[in-house]
Design a protein around this ligand. Structure first.
Ligand code: ISL
Ligand code: CA
Length: 551
């Protein structure tokens, strides 16, 4: 067994988790206060979204000091207390490193911008424009050109994300040294692992050629898994991650399983696992261009990754994070079958082969928020997208608001719902972003006192995964891939076999145990329904999931 097989990781978005000092913004002390809750849930790792000094143009993914703690969140002493509290409870800590770009307020960029002779000039990507136009046609992840003009030297700088997030130039050895130094600093502080933000974008093709024009994101072919990405990551791997046994997950956009293996295969000395995005595309053509969700599509993608990574690979399993809408609203049913569908999704997440990641509030079945007023949105991407869809695509206000309600990253960023109090027990004052009105029904206080809650179902699944080595190390095999509304898979070791059978729809469906198990006695270990003799056993109710053990 290894760290990655045992880990169950809970992602915290610090700004929205718990406000301990009453300013409406989540903080480190708030996280420390809630460690007992996380311990009770049973997770053994925390991943903190960025907590470094930042002007917060992108909620901390724009860092202005890699070695400082953002003042609204606490200071180095509160951070150290958090690390100690986690460790004392047997919980490990994973930090979020954003090394592709910094804030434009980082002293490195301030220097770089000051003049072409400055020693830090080449730490970022500066180019002359083409007349009044940017150096190439790349567009930013947050829409609009990936370049911003700067008067000081009459040149443009590259930013794959917001204007306030200039890309570092990893081809400069001093930048690579500085990145290594940052990783070492946090490693030495006792941090146990790292999530590496958009790490597969750090190497850009020489000459920065223009890309093929696309509906969204022009230019990706010139920097996704770029020419030197592997040697650059491998240096971090051999110098620190592997040497010091740090658990790592790379955020890698647009990767195939073949690409992913090049980051995670054991002999590569790079990372332990990566987040791929394929299943985040099941309900859209490109982000913001939404199409109906089909469960079979999701199943086929999950299955493809399970199978492809079975040999010398390892998956990072997730259905949610701070960039994605809530899975209850997206893949489940957040009205009539909220409880059942969310529990079914939980089983799919926690029982597959790989390291599961639970995003804060997912264990309560938190849902999308549906703000009616554009003024309630905070996310830089959502606000940019509104402008572009309105001005360039000429969409109506109503249509854009509908898209935001479905896709905005703010859906995942509303305050964690602790109680049914006015501000959901997150804070005593109006938080930086509005609370979801469904906090009266969906909150920790209620969920922890109800033995049948979504929270308690998560708890059971986590305990099952921790107890049964087969869920950590066993192989994965699927049955009935053709079924449009069902997902059946087994996990196997020489000693144990478990079978997970899920009805991924709101209609009852007849589902039979696959023929190869029919001679066996199958013990029902867990389900999101209670069974009685009145219902025929082969009929799976809406979103029913059953977990069987072969005896
Ligand atoms: O949500 C997205 C925009 O449509 C994703 O494409 C996201 O931008 C992408 O996954 C990269 O995300 C990471 O880096 C961004 C940051 O805004 C995200 O929060 C982070 O997870 C820039 O640092
Ligand atoms: Ca606070």
């Amino acid at each position: 067994m290894s760290v990655k097989t045992e880990a169950i990781i809970y992602q915290i978005y610090p700004r929205s988790f718990k406000d301990a000092n009453g300013d409406g913004i989540g903080d480190l002390e708030g996280i420390t206060q809630k460690i007992p809750y996380l311990k009770d849930l049973g997770v053994n790792w925390l991943w903190l979204s960025p907590i470094y000094t930042s002007p917060m143009a992108d909620n901390g993914y724009d860092i202005s000091d890699y070695k400082g703690i953002h003042s609204e969140y606490g200071d180095m002493a509160t951070f150290e207390t958090l690390v100690e509290t986690c460790h004392a409870q047997g919980i490990k800590l994973m930090m979020d490193l954003v090394l592709n770009h910094t804030s434009d307020e980082h002293p490195w960029f301030v220097e770089s911008k000051s003049g072409i002779e400055n020693p830090k000039r080449d730490w970022y990507v500066w180019r002359k424009g083409k007349g009044h136009r940017p150096p190439n046609n790349w567009t930013s992840f947050f829409t609009g050109p990936a370049w911003t003009y700067d008067q000081t030297t009459d040149m443009w700088y590259l930013h794959l994300f917001a204007k306030k997030q200039p890309d570092l130039n990893w081809d400069n050895p001093d930048v690579r040294k500085a990145a290594l130094d940052v990783v070492r600093f946090w490693s030495d502080k006792g941090v146990d692992g790292f999530r590496l933000d958009v790490i597969n974008l750090i190497s850009k093709k020489a000459g920065l050629p223009s890309g093929r024009r696309r509906l969204a994101l022009t230019g990706t072919e010139h920097y996704v898994n770029g020419p030197n990405v592997h040697p650059y990551i491998r240096t971090l791997g051999t110098e620190i991650f592997k040497k010091e046994n740090k658990l790592t997950v790379g955020e890698t956009v647009f990767v195939t399983p073949e690409d992913a293996k090049l980051y995670v295969a054991d002999d590569r000395n790079e990372l332990d696992m990566v987040f791929h995005f394929e299943h985040m595309g099941v309900d859209n053509i490109a982000k913001w261009f939404i199409k109906p969700f089909k469960p079979k599509k999701l199943k086929l993608i999950l299955d493809k990754w399970q199978t492809a990574m079975s040999d010398n690979g390892w998956n990072a399993l997730y259905l949610e994070n701070h960039d994605q809408p809530r899975s209850a609203s997206r893949f489940g049913d957040d009205t009539d079958y909220h409880d059942k569908s969310v529990k079914m999704l939980a089983a799919l997440l926690l029982l597959q082969r790989g390291t599961p990641f639970i995003y804060q509030g997912q264990e309560l079945g938190m849902t999308n928020v549906r703000f009616d007023d554009l003024k309630d949105y905070r996310d830089v991407e959502s606000l940019n997208v509104y402008q572009i869809l309105r001005k360039s695509f000429k969409l109506s206000h109503k249509r854009i608001m509908k898209k935001l309600k479905y896709m905005s990253r703010d859906n995942a960023r509303t305050p964690m719902q602790w109680t049914d109090a006015t501000f959901a027990g997150f804070s005593d004052v109006q938080p930086w972003i509005n609370v979801n009105p469904n906090k009266d029904r969906i909150n920790v206080e209620r969920a922890t006192t109800d033995s049948d809650s979504i929270f308690n179902f998560y708890k059971k699944l986590i305990a099952l995964r921790q107890k049964e080595v087969v869920f950590q190390e066993g192989s994965y095999q699927t049955y009935d891939l053709k079924g449009r509304h069902t997902y059946i898979f087994a996990r196997k070791t020489e000693l144990e076999t478990y079978l997970v059978m899920a009805n991924f729809s709101k209609k009852p469906r007849v589902m039979r145990i696959p023929p190869s198990f029919r001679e066996n006695v199958m013990e029902l270990v867990l389900s999101n329904y209670t069974h009685n003799l009145k219902t025929p056993f082969d009929v799976y109710k809406p979103y029913e999931v059953r977990i069987y053990r072969k005896i």
